[in-house]
Ligand binder design. Structure first.
Ligand code: SF4
Length: 407
């Protein structure tokens, strides 16, 4: 074990270094880690956070991941599909509220009707926003041909979580039916990169049986794969799933387990920022699922992307990948107010109207951001710092929605 001050002064990290950072538990040591990561964020990508309006347009999925609340085998889920018109209306709302980018997310399907529908949605969004809204897709494993088709239609970022960089651990979290294969997912990430996307991936953090060394391996996988965007969050039980039932029966979902998973989630963000200073890193909704200040604390630990949910209110309760997902009862407008207050609390600014593309992508490809579409370090000017207790409570109340949450 190295002294923490020595570790935080390094600019390269071994597996052991990362495991030590990820495993920190002492509040003062975690605070030092988050401060170091936030300084790197401020220096390398700026104190500007970018919004991606998240449209969860369908919960129909052909897969059966053992941890997921909308897996094909979940019988209690009411299945839905948004229409193209609904998606375009939501995209216009996102554009009109100056978010800069949208994420289209759904369960996984590979049938021709679905592929055509996504293509139409991408082209439609480009059309109704004059090409000015950035589009990220998060619709699972597809052929390289499909990825290329959607890219040509206007999508330019793609999120596909590897979930676990260890093929053996991945296999333990998925059915052994020959349709949930780590190698396929890994190959998809390579195909996305060849197709020209900014590529994002991530993992679940704090799973039963997952060590700090395994999490360090996950970060090294991101680095070695030259990943542009990272979206990872703490594991939260979905009670009506095989993994959720096993965790509940084994007593592995107590308050203490959830608190530790939250700590690990922040530690992973901070360690990722130190290891990959130019990457875009999301403060995911799952953080807030375990701690009401989760997302702003994620920003203070080095994240620079938020994904406000803009899913139609009548579908939100049917898109619960895990129990207790936040924002299910809120409108898009409430989410917008609430998140902006959280960003300001963190001492950052929102990069309004900017795509907020990944500096790591521009570094990897030698491309430059399009005029007016700031990369991570562009956008609004940084605010002068004020001291915020990273592990503690923020200092003032941001908005009515947040106030309601506290009561
Ligand atoms: S994690 Fe994704 S692919 Fe797996 S069951 Fe859930 S929605 Fe489908």
């Amino acid at each position: 074990m190295k002294p923490l001050s020595q570790l935080l002064a390094q600019d390269s990290f071994s597996r052991g270094d990362l495991a030590q950072l990820i495993g920190l538990h002492d509040p003062a040591e975690r605070e030092a880690l988050y401060r170091a990561a936030y300084e790197v964020k401020a220096r390398r990508v700026g104190r500007v956070d970018y919004y991606r309006g998240l449209i969860e347009f369908s919960n129909i999925c052909v897969k059966n991941c053992l941890y997921c609340g909308i897996r094909k085998g979940s019988r209690g889920v009411r299945r839905f599909e948004s229409t193209l018109e609904e998606i375009l209306e939501q995209a216009k709302w996102v554009f009109g509220h100056h978010y800069g980018s949208v994420v289209l997310q759904s369960g996984e399907r590979t049938d021709p009707k679905f592929i055509d529908f996504v293509d139409e949605a991408v082209r439609g969004i480009k059309r109704v926003t004059g090409g000015r809204l950035g589009i990220t897709l998060c619709v699972g494993e597809q052929t390289e041909e499909t990825y290329r088709r959607w890219f040509a239609s206007g999508a330019h970022r793609y999120l596909l979580r590897i979930e676990e960089s260890s093929p053996a651990f991945y296999a333990a979290m998925h059915p052994a039916d020959g349709r949930h294969l780590w190698q396929v997912r890994h190959e998809c990430l390579l195909a996305l990169r060849r197709a020209g996307y900014q590529v994002g991936t991530g993992v679940m953090i704090g799973l039963p049986g997952q060590s700090e060394e395994m999490l360090a391996d996950d970060l090294l996988y991101f680095r070695d794969m030259k990943i542009d965007m990272i979206g990872m969050g703490p594991y939260i039980v979905a009670h009506d799933t095989p993994m959720g039932r096993a965790a509940l029966e084994a007593g592995l979902d107590t308050e203490a387990h959830r608190a530790r998973r939250f700590e690990l989630g922040l530690n992973m963000i901070a360690a990722a920022r130190l290891l990959m200073p130019e990457a875009n890193i999301a403060a995911t909704t799952a953080l807030q699922g375990l701690n009401r200040h989760g997302r702003e604390l994620g920003l203070r630990a080095g994240a620079n992307v938020l994904m406000p949910i803009v899913t139609l209110p009548r579908f939100r309760s049917s898109y619960q990948l895990y129990d207790g997902k936040p924002c299910v009862e809120d409108t898009s407008a409430q989410c917008a107010n609430c998140l902006t207050a959280r960003v300001r609390w963190a001492g950052d600014e929102v990069g309004w109207d900017a795509w907020g593309d990944s500096n790591a992508f521009f570094e990897r490809t030698g491309q430059r951001p399009a005029p007016g579409q700031a990369a991570g370090s562009g956008g609004a000017a940084p605010r002068r710092g004020r001291t915020i207790p990273i592990c503690g409570e923020p200092q003032s109340e941001p908005c009515e929605s947040y106030q309601a949450e506290k009561e």
